[in-house]
Design a protein around this ligand. Sequence first.
Ligand code: UT7
Length: 325
Amino acid sequence: MIKARISGMGYYAPEKVYDNAYMEQIVETNDEWIVQRTGIKERHIAADDEYTSDLATRAAEKALENSKTAAEEIELIIVATVTPDYFTPSVACVVQKNIGAENAAAFDLNAACSGFVTALDTAEKFIAVGKYKKALVIGADALSKATDYKDRATCILFGDAAGAAVLEASDEGGLIASCIGARGKDFDKITNLAYRHDEAELEKRVSKQNGTLWMAGSEVMKFAVRKMAEAANEVVEAAGLKMSDIDLLIPHQANMRIIDGAAKRLDIDDDKVFRNLQKYGNTSAASIPVALCEALYEGRIKRGDKIIIVGFGAGLTWGAALIEW
Ligand code: UT7
């Protein structure tokens, strides 16, 4: 089997920032509650005329530069997102045009916050069978476009960003184990209606507005702690390793309590757990690639390191991958 290695990464977060003091002005909340219950201090918010494809394009350009890859060399673009600019075309096709990757197949994938892991796993399959040699995998979301800013239980959580990775065929290292999964019976725990008319769903929303995201926060939180730990253990076992062999754990940055809970179950040293959600909040599909890229840029990742990325999200979905850098 051909291996698939990440040869470069990039990320982008919009300039505008909503800090907790700003959130205090728009809903009944306070900095202390937000920090204690979530760990979040600020989130980046796309401008009114800035969309998911714009964030994805910026991240993709940086990833190409970081991996010294020309856009024309890319054969596949997968964008994981739940906040596309259009229902059709895909964000991936818009990115293909923006960066000039005209030789690439392009499509979007919806696995919510598990999207980047799912996209990476998918791209790896194309590389492993020898179909493609270079792919661009992007997690990008502008959740602020779908946030109910009347709902204090959700609006304090979300931010916008994009993270991108160039994945390429290699003889060594790369994605050495992965798992993805879904529990569709809990599809109604996190929802954002598209064409479906559903009065009961609208009624759950504080704003009663279509196109906004709603979730059963505490239920999702319990699921997340358990599932992230299970998925991380699954990939370590599949790779024939032990948790003590892992150099860095990059969990989905949704809530500090979820990360702490999962890390405790995994019995992994705390200094091996990467956290940046205080700066970005929950950026959905962008959360893991932004964190992975920051860790890389900060020099916390070196060749040969074993890294777990693990996420959960709407669906309900989950996914984990063990990467040898
Ligand atoms: O990417 C996947 C997406 N999903 C998630 O990551 C969500 C995971 N869930 C969470 O992060 C947490 O459930 C939340 C942060 C959303 C909420 O934390 P919680 O500890 O589950 O709180 P809760 O929903 O049980 O609410 C506790 C109290 C409630 O008041 P009462 O009923 O006890 O009087 C809420 O009304 O906190 C209140 N509350 C707030 N208070 C101040 C909820 N939101 C806020 C707020 N500020 N922003």
